[in-house]
Design a protein around this ligand. Structure first.
Ligand SMILES: C=C(O[C@@H]1C=C(C(=O)O)C=C[C@H]1O)C(=O)O
Length: 185
């Protein structure tokens, strides 16, 4: 595993067929193409909830800009949430929404609050999702630091995935980082 000398390291994303073994115990969660919200709601015996930790207009990370083909100085609405089962944070999600995506019928994505994004995405029959990409985030990386901010004792590395969703042919990039709490579900 490469070392990341500073917080500006960008994740290296790989498609499933490029991943090396051994695959993680959470691979059923990682590789599930359905709604993560719905899977968590079914797996959680307690109370499932979404908690928004930040939502603001900012320049996406370099790897995010490249994946969405956004110009260098273009801002996007960045939504960061935790998906909880009771008081355990199970997933950290960071969604990048370009300005042109938040137009027309999709403008309500900017005012979701604590409603799960997935409920809207998977309810839309026209929704298209591109293939999942995967990465192993480690201490020192910016996305790792964002994801573990609510963890009392972060692990040395965590698995993440991302995919681009299209609603009415307009893209949004969803990063989902799997936290140790999910292994208890
Ligand atoms: C994309 C989904 O939505 C989930 C909920 C999110 C949110 O509310 O911001 C973000 C990513 C996902 O973990 C899903 O349910 O699969």
């Amino acid at each position: 595993m490469r070392r990341c000398p500073h917080t500006f390291c960008e994740p290296v994303w790989r498609y499933r067929q490029q991943l090396l073994s051994p695959l993680p115990a959470i691979r059923a969660w990682l590789f599930d193409n359905g709604s993560l919200t719905r899977r968590l709601q079914h797996a959680c015996d307690g109370e499932f909830r979404v908690e928004v930790v930040a939502q603001e207009w900012q320049r996406p990370l370099l790897n995010e800009r490249r994946r969405l083909a956004l110009p260098a100085r273009r801002l996007a609405l960045v939504r960061q949430v935790y998906l909880y089962c009771d008081d355990v944070p199970c997933v950290f999600a960071r969604t990048i929404m370009p300005r042109q995506t938040l137009s027309g019928a999709e403008r309500h994505l900017a005012v979701l609050g604590n409603r799960p994004l997935g409920a809207l995405l998977f309810a839309d029959p026209r929704m298209h999702r591109e293939p999942l990409e995967f990465t192993r985030l480690q201490s020192g990386e910016r996305l790792f630091a964002e994801a573990v901010q609510r963890l009392a004792s972060p692990p040395p590395a965590i698995w993440g995935r991302r995919s681009v969703f299209y609603l009415a042919a307009k893209p949004l990039l969803v990063n989902e980082i799997f936290l140790p709490g999910i292994e208890k579900l």
